[in-house]
Design a binder for this molecule. Sequence first.
Ligand code: ADP
Ligand code: ADP
Length: 230
Amino acid sequence: TAIIEARDVVLSFGQTPALRGADVAVNAGEILAVMGPSGSGKSTLLHCLAGILLPDSGEIHFAGRRLDSMGEAERSTLRRDRFGFVFQFGQLVPELTAEENVALPLLLGGTRRAEALKQARTWFGRLGLDGLEQRRSGELSGGQAQRVALARGLVNRPEILFADEPTGSLDSLTGEQVMDLMVTVAREQGTTVVLVTHEPRVAAYADREVIVRDGRVHSLAAEGIGAERI
Ligand code: ADP
Ligand code: ADP
């Protein structure tokens, strides 16, 4: 059964249509890859599902509720408590240590500092980051920084992890390490993952792939669209 769903979502940026009737349903515990060419609307779809952008029309359903009819405050609380995010460029706060970056979602949610840092540190061993707790982002390799960003995305044990080109800034071997870890942890915790990528090798980690073209979502099987045509 779907935990999150977009129904006939339309969204334009001024005169530029980004989504033109996008439908997608993600099942609980599923890892869904959202593929498609640059500019097709993948990131916009992810932002709508996550309640960051509001559609011009259409519906977003999350856990039986209409996300698109909630106010900004409620959506913001939902993102903080129930969603996790990983982006292409880790977007770590450079002034903070790695463990402080990982603890950030907990601190913003009101967890006291000592407890938040304690929980944050449990992720370092799991993600192969032992000993890097006190580093700042400038002192981490690209792969290490992206694993810290992954830890930050998972630290609040989100129901859904939204990952937008999480390997886009990494070489393919480092990208595969990050994907292995993401998928392993997601499976262990039953986390649903919405993974935006234009790389077939990254999409191969998912349970299912959909393709966004011109602001609409196509399923691979139904459309018979091969990845080689992207
Ligand atoms: P993708 O993630 O598939 O590359 P996007 O969702 O980022 O596609 O973009 C879809 C379309 O919307 C593109 O034409 C893009 O230029 C446009 N777009 C995305 N974000 C904005 C924005 N903030 N302002 C104006 N146009 C945007
Ligand atoms: P992605 O495809 O991963 O979204 P982009 O480089 O297309 O990467 O977009 C990066 C950021 O710029 C996004 O936040 C997107 O919303 C914004 N953006 C994309 N296209 C435009 C545009 N034409 N005008 C303004 N902002 C844009």
